[in-house]
Ligand binder design. Structure first.
Ligand SMILES: [Ca+2]
Length: 287
């Protein structure tokens, strides 16, 4: 028995020493050289990807149906503004589920607002997600909105803000009438006497009903427009020329300095407002 254990140990020792001896010297030398010069020739496999830096930011669109977001959570691709003055639940954007559809419940207490720009009527509720169509400078955005009858509602605005066409948005007031606002600053007010232009429409919405709005912009034709879906058709609410804000958001050579966002806002009006949003889609326009 003892002999056999001894035999196994001796065999193991021979095998182990064999392994150590088998390590080739040149490999060890190469490892050492590359440790100090990892980018030297022969120390890495060159890849074209390492040298490529795109000269322009990639364009990307939005396709938010919220079906893969978690119920009771904030939708993951969106930002909701708040600062330390806001109450914990002063603004909320929460995924809710009704049947097999998920969408976002929006809430604003209307009490606080961003501190800047100072003495401006900044909104309390600012909910946004980014896209980028800066090369195309045209696109189509959709969003569906519902105002509930069983919870308080007041005023809500939603639409796109891009470098090429400052802003176009729909405003639904406490009277449920739809207005279209073109231009204006990134939030409500730029401090440059450019508050945007508000156009009334003959549309009044009803509560507890989903409405789909469409916003289009096209720098090549200098047209920006908004419409609302009625049945299978979209009814025009506004169509006009591009509005270029006083605020510098693009350079003369076309370079765009501000992000493209789809944005929902609610004013600082000391009023609780609930609203629901679904199917926020930004697509390329035409071919
Ligand atoms: Ca949905």
């Amino acid at each position: 028995m003892k002999k056999s254990i001894l035999g196994v140990m001796i065999t193991l020792l021979i095998v182990l020493s064999g392994c150590v001896q088998k390590t080739p010297e040149p490999e060890a030398e190469k490892d050492y050289i590359c440790k100090d010069t990892p980018l030297a020739e022969g120390c890495y496999v060159p890849s074209d990807d390492l040298d490529f830096i795109s000269p322009v930011a990639d364009e990307y669109t939005i396709s938010e149906t919220f079906e893969t977001d978690r119920v009771n959570q904030m939708p993951r691709n969106w930002l909701l503004y708040r600062n330390e003055e806001y109450k914990t639940d002063g603004v909320k954007a929460t995924i809710v589920e009704n049947g097999d559809n998920r969408y976002v419940e929006l809430f604003s207490d209307g009490l606080k607002a961003p501190m800047y720009p100072q003495s401006a009527p900044n909104p309390t509720f600012i909910f946004s997600t980014k896209f980028n169509l800066d090369q195309d400078r045209k696109g189509v955005a959709y969003a569906s909105i519902l105002l509930p009858s069983d919870k308080p509602t007041d005023s809500i605005s939603f639409g796109v803000s891009t470098g090429a066409v400052n802003t176009i948005q729909a405003i639904i007031g406490s009277d449920l009438k739809v207005q279209i606002k073109v231009g204006g600053p990134f939030f409500y007010y730029s401090g440059t006497a450019d508050g945007g232009d508000i156009h009334s429409t003959n549309i009044t919405i009803q509560k507890d009903t989903w409405y789909t709005f469409k916003f289009e912009w096209d720098a090549s034709t200098n047209v920006v427009s908004a419409s609302i879906q009625q049945g299978d058709q979209f009814t025009a609410l506004y169509s006009g020329a591009f509005h270029i804000s006083n605020r510098v958001n693009a350079l003369a050579d076309g370079a765009i300095l501000v992000p493209n966002v789809f944005r929902v806002t609610m004013p600082r009006n000391y009023t609780n407002t609930y609203a629901y949003i679904d199917d926020v889609i930004v697509e390329r326009k035409g071919a």
